[in-house]
Design a protein around this ligand. Structure first.
Ligand code: 13P
Ligand code: SF4
Length: 360
């Protein structure tokens, strides 16, 4: 195994030699050992768009997870190559909405809703909406059925877009983002049944599906579901005046108990915008929280979860993989390329383009 110093030397040498030919992107949740080499650091959406609009590099090395690299491939120029340093860096939430299960669920839902045609008011029975944190195949599915992609920062505006076109929304894969967003729009919990792909249609309450406004898919993030209201209560007792900010992938009671909720970039901006020294308790991945704490010593910033909670799949991007993909490029070999097949790419891009036209 190469030492940290050895890897550091190799990565910097390869980056220098590659120059503008390669750009390294690092997600906020990536560990510092990797982030230190990133040309851009940001949330998943910023990075996917950085990949397209701010670089002409022939290779985009995406230090994030698989769905992010797929999105970068969808939005980048055809001649650009997207590389995921470790192919095992997936996202457990994205994996919870398997495309075969989704196709099957859609068929069953069409039985309940009587097909995909518009009613007398020109509305479709249901519009599929997928969170960015999903496989390209699911984005493609959504694009083919009149649907759209959302992120944690534009979910409300995207649901408004969908309700202008359909009676209901089928929201993938994160039940928590779906529920928290719908609730903030005044939709009652009784109008948000959860579709459980492991149950047959009969086990999924057809009556509830008729009255639904948002049908939630049974997915969640294993990092964010760890946060609890007890942690928030404890933070408030121990740090009177604390500002509690959580990611909307947290369960609804946690979002309700927090002072604010928002995407990773929202959290960053909230801290950067605080003028007075403030105590922040944050409900999101630990690497981002620790980096924000180090960058803002005038504030007290800590993670709500006392047990370190990294995103274990992001963590699979080790500097050793970064050195390997960069050195391979120098040797004229592309390894770990992520490409989205043409049949999926076209409708997936359509679903992304619809989102880009929605103003948050
Ligand atoms: P962002 O879209 O805010 O980058 O979040 C990505 C993510 O994986 C959250 O769990
Ligand atoms: Fe997926 Fe959760 Fe990791 Fe984000 S933090 S990449 S949603 S597992």
């Amino acid at each position: 195994d190469a030492s940290a110093e050895e890897l550091d030397r190799r990565i910097l040498a390869a980056k220098t030699e590659l120059g503008d030919r390669a750009v390294v992107l690092g997600h906020f949740y990536q560990r510092d050992e990797v982030v230190q080499y990133a040309d851009y650091v940001g949330d998943s959406f910023q990075l996917a768009t950085a990949a397209t609009s701010r670089t002409e590099a022939e290779a985009i090395i995406f230090c994030g997870v698989h769905f992010m690299a797929e999105t970068a491939d969808l939005l980048s120029a055809p001649e650009q190559t997207v590389i995921l340093p470790n192919l095992a860096a997936g996202c457990s939430m994205a994996d919870m909405a398997d495309i075969d299960q989704v196709e099957e669920a859609w068929e069953q839902l069409m039985e309940v809703y009587g097909g995909e045609s518009e009613d007398a008011d020109g509305l479709l029975p249901i519009i599929p909406v997928t969170y960015m944190n999903s496989a390209a195949a699911l984005k493609g599915f959504v694009g083919r059925h009149g649907g759209i992609v959302c992120t944690s920062s534009n979910a409300t505006a995207v649901l408004d877009w969908a309700f202008a076109r359909g009676r209901r929304v089928l929201f993938f894969p994160d039940q928590h983002l779906g529920r928290n967003t719908a609730k903030s729009m005044g939709i009652g919990l009784e109008q948000m049944p959860m579709w459980n792909p492991h149950r047959p249609l009969g086990g999924n309450d057809a009556q509830g599906l008729q009255e639904a406004k948002v049908v939630l898919w049974h997915g969640f993030c294993s990092v964010h579901k760890r946060f609890t209201t007890a942690q928030i209560d404890k933070a408030r007792v121990e740090h009177p005046g604390v500002r509690v900010i959580v990611h909307p992938e947290c369960p609804m009671p946690v979002v309700d108990a927090a002072d604010e909720s928002g995407s990773t970039d929202f959290i960053r901006r909230a801290i950067e915008g605080a003028e007075e020294p403030t105590t922040f308790a944050i409900g999101t991945e630990i690497n981002l929280v620790q980096r924000l704490a180090a960058a803002h010593p005038q504030h007290t910033i800590f993670c709500l979860d006392p047990v370190v909670c990294p995103c274990s799949t992001m963590y699979r991007i080790h500097p050793g993989y970064l050195a390997w993909v960069l050195e391979s490029l120098l040797a004229g070999e592309v390894v770990n390329r992520i490409t989205v097949g043409q049949d999926v790419a076209e409708p997936a891009r359509l679903a992304l383009e619809r989102m880009l036209e929605v103003k948050p």
